[in-house]
Design a protein around this ligand. Sequence first.
Ligand code: DX5
Ligand code: ZN
Length: 215
Amino acid sequence: MIKISPSVLACDFSRLAEEVQAVQNAGADYIHLDVMDGVFVPNISFGFPVIASLKKHSSMVFDVHLMITKPERYVDRFIDAGADILTIHEESCDCVGETLQAIRARGVRAALCVNPRTPIEKVYPYLDLCDMVLVMTVEAGYGGQKLIPETLDKVRALCAERAARSLSFEIEVDGGINAENAATAVAAGADVLVAGSAVFGAPDRAEAVRRLRGE
Ligand code: DX5
Ligand code: ZN
């Protein structure tokens, strides 16, 4: 079954806990938390205190996407704050293998992410250490962008590589996913769909989640 991970970047931050509760009630599987440092990406979102506060009000799986420089510096603090899945970018980490291992050593699912212009082959040396691979379908930094269709070729290649190596990590796609292109992303091999605007921008979140699942 396809999993849906709504990104809070598109929610009403003044009502964060209620917004997250609403998508949990709507049947979402994970909650996607985009952390941006204004250096690796040209935007700043939120950090540990927001995640730690929210954790007290939600039993959802916290899918934390770190768009920060040298994420290895902050693995422990994001895990302490409540990350259940912790995603680092290949482009911003100086020690990818060690960092994925450090995440797993804390009992948290480790995920590796690539931006649209990074070849998917860059993650191949680390696939044994990944519980999930996140393929960005827009340039990291902002919600509300349009999906770049060529990025789905990377999902197809990664899906084939996973089968060839008999691995079982999840494949997540992030950026510009909506009810119109979700089926194409799933056909390409995506298991987890991140969706910000398509869920939080919809008047009926349960319907939005169902439509993303193709129901
Ligand atoms: C972009 C973020 C995404 C974003 C998705 O850098 O990683 O998670 O919030 O938002 P939509 O679904 O609106 O593209
Ligand atoms: Zn994200």
